[in-house]
Design a protein around this ligand. Structure first.
Ligand code: NG6
Ligand code: CA
Length: 509
């Protein structure tokens, strides 16, 4: 008896329809790199580093050239991805410390929750960085040694295996579902973001333990020879080994696919690569001649290959929508002396774009975005405007779900764009760095913003006390500020942006 006949024989009619619909749903794998720039992969023009696995996905799918992360840093981009709401609407969605509380509140309509309702088995593997628990850490706060809740399982995921925040923030342990992995109860974990923990090595007191120095910050706890943000004690058997993070989480992602091969699944696989600290496995160390940053790109590409190979091996390729992107633009010096600057050579992490991570210029949010679904998506290149905040509404459309009126306030249903059936992208793009920007067609305005021009590690932020206007069609690199020449256009576009802000939503009713 095949699966259909079996369902017919055993289920009542309504359940048969549901099961049949679910059986037709494609799997969805959303692979999310960290800090990977528009120019960091060979399918987007890099020559100093090769990414054959991403290139093969791009050759068989669609390579987008005007797709954006919702923000120029991690936490707000991930918040928007899961909620379909621009992060600038909510306080507390900036880059979070490792002891932050969960910022996507249970009960919220989310991307994984929507897919779960549609019959998907949902999993998140990798970097989380959206907080955990409701009390924060500290003496009376989140206890890392017990059940950690609420977390991913309370906002729509059936399974989670995560790094709580970032590789450079404590606690340096994995959390699987509600528990720290490999924790010895006799060696409990304590996390502190205010003061050192007595008896634990610190950056200042124990330089002999360091194998990588900081260029800025990263000078609190020393774990595995690397200075981190935040302090921690205990959990010795649970601590991750930086060199093995890609292997560990890619293994968990592969296992999730294997275990759920027989039903529709949604995997959100958020890599640690190529975020700092960049400590790739020895298989990749020294392989690109570009130092750890280049080697981390090679390691990332290996992870992509493992996912694609797994789909192929399980014969799921034609029934899986695979999407790859990055949470924000590239950064070279992000606070460690890891030779990224010295060994950059002619490589341009943001390709032709100005700025990168943290920046209001396009390098901050215009990121690689590749969609592959053989048999359904025709290979090509798309210049359509797309934002990761649109994934919720677009994938809801794919899964046959109607969004509640108040859900996902900034998510546009661009499923036809995602699948290459239309080139009509979103009518405008809001970019979120320190300042907000608005792109409409070829024009881009950046709101006036006081503040530093560059951050402490030299990354250009795009702040200017006057509004800036660029024509991206002739000046993709944002070199010629035309604000003085077109004051009316600046005024109109800033008014449109102010309305998007004050309306509290931008998704059409
Ligand atoms: C910054 C860190 C940087 C990185 C970033 C968050 C310093 C000097 N810089 O504060 O290293 O961790 O936060 O990156 O500490 S993100 O991709 O998660 O947004
Ligand atoms: Ca990031």
């Amino acid at each position: 008896m095949d699966r259909r006949q079996f369902l017919c024989a055993t289920l009542p009619l309504a359940a048969q329809f549901r099961a049949a619909a679910a059986a037709r749903q494609p799997n969805i794998v959303y692979m999310y790199a960290d800090d990977l720039g528009f120019g960091d992969t060979s399918c987007y023009g890099a020559t100093s580093v090769k990414t054959p696995n991403l290139d093969r996905a791009a050759a068989a799918g669609i390579r987008f050239t005007n797709a954006h992360s919702s923000s120029a840093t991690c936490t707000p981009s991930r918040y928007s991805l899961l909620t379909g709401e621009y992060a600038f609407r909510q306080k507390g969605t900036a880059v979070l410390p490792g002891d932050a509380t969960l910022i996507v509140k249970p009960g919220r309509y989310t991307l994984p929750g929507m897919l779960k309702e549609a019959g998907y088995r949902t999993g998140v593997v990798g970097k989380w960085h959206l907080g955990l628990g409701e009390k924060g850490t500290g003496d009376k706060g989140l206890d890392w040694n017990g059940d950690i809740s609420p977390g991913p399982l309370d906002v729509g995921f059936d399974y989670s295996f995560i790094l709580p925040a970032t590789g450079d923030r404590t606690p340096c342990v994995y959390v699987e579902n509600r528990r720290v992995v490999n924790l010895d109860p006799k060696d409990p974990i304590r996390v502190d973001y205010e003061k050192p923990i007595a008896g634990e090595p610190t950056y200042a007191a124990n330089p002999e333990l360091l194998r990588m120095r900081s260029s800025h910050g990263h000078d609190q706890a020393v774990i595995n020879g690397v200075g981190r943000i935040g302090y921690m004690s205990g959990g010795k058997s649970a601590r991750w080994v930086d060199e093995d993070i890609a292997d560990t989480i890619t293994g968990k992602a592969v296992a999730f696919i294997e275990q759920n091969r027989a039903r529709p699944f949604f995997l959100y696989f958020a890599t640690h690569d190529i975020h700092v600290p960049r400590i790739p496995n020895k298989r990749f160390a020294g392989k690109t001649g570009m130092g750890p940053r280049g080697d981390a790109i090679a390691e990332l590409d290996w992870s992509i290959g493992r996912i694609l190979d797994t789909l192929e091996r399980l014969k799921l390729t034609r029934n899986t929508l695979f999407i790859f992107s990055s949470d924000n633009g590239p950064v070279v010096d992000d606070g460690y002396q890891d030779q990224a600057v010295e060994k950059l050579g002619t490589h341009k992490p943001a390709g032709p774009l100005r700025g990168g991570k943290y920046s209001a210029f396009d390098g901050g949010t215009r990121v690689p975005f590749v969609v592959r679904w053989p048999g359904t998506v025709k290979p090509g290149v798309s210049a359509a405007a797309f934002c990761q905040v649109d994934l919720l509404a677009s994938l809801a459309s794919l899964a046959g779900r109607t969004l509640p009126e108040t859900a996902a306030p900034d998510s546009f249903n661009l499923l036809p764009v995602l699948l290459g059936k239309s080139k009509a992208g979103r009518p405008h793009i809001v970019e979120h760095a320190n300042a907000l920007s608005l792109i409409v067609g070829e024009w881009k305005v950046i709101q006036a913003r006081n503040g530093q021009k560059r951050n402490l590690t030299g990354n250009e932020l795009g702040n200017d006390p006057q509004p800036q206007l660029f024509n991206l069609a002739n000046d993709l690199a944002e070199q010629n500020n035309l604000a003085a020449q077109y004051p009316e256009r600046v005024k109109e576009m800033l008014a449109m942006l102010a309305k998007i802000e004050s309306d509290g939503r931008s998704r059409p009713h």
